[in-house]
Structure formats: structure tokens, C-alpha cells
Design a protein around this ligand. Sequence first.
Ligand code: BV8
Length: 251
Amino acid sequence: MNDNVIPAELVEELRTAQRVVVLTGAGTSAESGVPTFRDAQTGLWARYDPTELATPEAFRRNPRLVWEWYTWRRELVAKAAPNPGHLALVQMQARVPELTLITQNIDGLHQRAGSQQIIELHGNLARTKCADNGYLVESWPPTEEVPPHCPRCGGLLRPDVVWFGEPLSKKTLLQAITAVRQCDLVFSVGTSSLVHPAASLPFEALEQGAKLVEINPDETPLTPHVHFVLYGKAGEILPTLVDLTWPQQKR
Ligand code: BV8
């Protein structure tokens, strides 16, 4: 990753920023070996479209299939490790006065990397909740049933994630909107910027004068609106950006 891809102007913006927001998508976890939504699902799940499976309708129609899909993803994530992109965001958060990390990812890799002040827009696949009452369920008796049943009410258990067609938690969304409305600099990293309301957050920041940076190997609907586009992988660009901005503290 050569340094000239990162403009000195951006380094200066980051060095002087008071409030930074980073919005991440599946591309941030790609270098940890976690397939993105847009990658063809690997192996067993190749024939399913994630936007079909990640819905209440799919769960109603075939709760076993949906539950097994999340079990497969949970096991895949358990074997994955945070990559240099996740770790660079931890370094960035240690050096800017305030950094809010808004993630669309449900893999918990930002937490495992050590990031703080994380807003999980779409939940976390490590958490399980009752499909009928919505409360979190930490454990349940061993069972052959797939999905297992809620120990309190007997309803089905489901992952604590936001499916397509489901509203985000109002509190979570308000936290994210507040953060983008008060920041100087927003990074949109590894997201196709297609899924709403997450995809509208950078535009909220733009409206109040924040500078926008996109880090992605490809163009997205956000690209025409950003101040800096860094074409490439998060796991390469973010560490380079951090080292360029705070060279004296090279890792
Ligand atoms: C809601 C959890 C309302 C589950 C997820 C038309 C217009 C606007 C909105 C809609 C519309 N039609 C329907 C909607 C609503 C819908 C939506 O936005 N649909 C899209 C498809 C158009 N949104 C919803 O349904 C949301 N809810 O609107 O509710 C409501 C209100 C009241 C009452 C009832 C309802 C809920 C959306 C949340 C869905 N859940 N995840 C799970 O994960 O199983 S979304 C899921 O998909 C992810 O969380 C993420 O948000 C999205 C995938 O996007 P990305 O993260 O961007 O990943 P993707 O694979 O797409 O792209 C990867 C990118 O990384 C690429 O750009 C690639 O180039 C790049 N990349 C690859 N490698 C790297 C890299 N970048 C950097 N480094 C690399 N190495």
C-alpha cells in the first residue's frame, strides 16, 4: 500500500478532527475471512440469497433453515480474528478526541479488536432472543429442537439481529444520527451503501458540513458525494492512514 494514495489533506483533516465517526460494513470483515453480503455465499449456503434469508418471512416459513444459517455464520465468525483494519480503528480511537464506531456488521469483530463506543445498528449474532417476546435469552436446556424454544414462554428463539423489513431500535438509530450530526469527519468503510437507514447516515453528516471519506475497492452510491475516496482494502488503507497521521507512535 503506497503512501501516495492517501492525500496529505486527509491526513491533516484526521490529525485535527475533534469528533470522528466511522461507519463500517461487511467489507471491513472481509480480510478476516467473513464473506460479505455481496460475495457469493460459500459452500452450503451458495444457493441462498442473504437478503432472502435475513427476513422475518424466511424465519416464519423455515425457522430451522434460518437458525442453521446463523449457526453456520456464528461458527465461521468464532474462527475469524480481527484484521489490521479493525486494529487500526482501535489505534485511531485512541488518538482522536472522540470516535464513534457505527457498524452494520453483526460479527462482533470490532469489540474483539478492542474498539469502544460501538453502535451496532443491526444487532449481533452472538446474542439470542425470544422471537415472541424479544427479550434476550442467555442459555437454554440442551435440546434436539432446531431452533430451540424459549425457556420462559416456549416461543422460538432467534438471533438478536435486525432483519430486512424490521425496524432498527429507535435508541440505536438516534445514537447514530446524533453522532453523525455532531462530527467533523466520517469514514464509510467496506459498505456498499445500499442498505437503509444505515446508508443515509453519511448524508446527515454531509448536511452539517462534515468531511466524508470512503474506503472501498469499488465505487458505491456514496462515492460521488465524498471528499476523499480511497480505493482499496480496509485492512491495508486504515493502518497506512493511521501510521501517516501519527507517525511517531508507529506500532
Ligand atoms: C427498515 C443483519 C423499516 C442481518 C442486515 C428501498 C429504499 C430504501 C430502503 C428500502 C428499500 N426497500 C427496502 C428497504 C428497506 C431495507 C433496505 O435498505 N433494503 C435494501 C436492500 C434496499 N432496509 C430494511 O429493511 C431495514 N429496516 O427499513 O425498517 C421499518 C420501519 C418501521 C416498521 C417496519 C419496518 C433493516 C436493514 C437491516 C437488515 N439487516 N444485517 C444479517 O446480517 O443477517 S443488513 C446487512 O446487509 C448488513 O448488516 C449490511 O447492512 C448489509 C450488507 O451491506 P454491506 O455491509 O455494505 O455489505 P455488502 O456485502 O453489501 O458490501 C460489502 C462492501 O465491502 C462492498 O462495497 C465491497 O466492495 C466492499 N469490500 C469488499 N472487500 C473489502 C471491502 N471494503 C473494504 N475492504 C475490503 N477488504
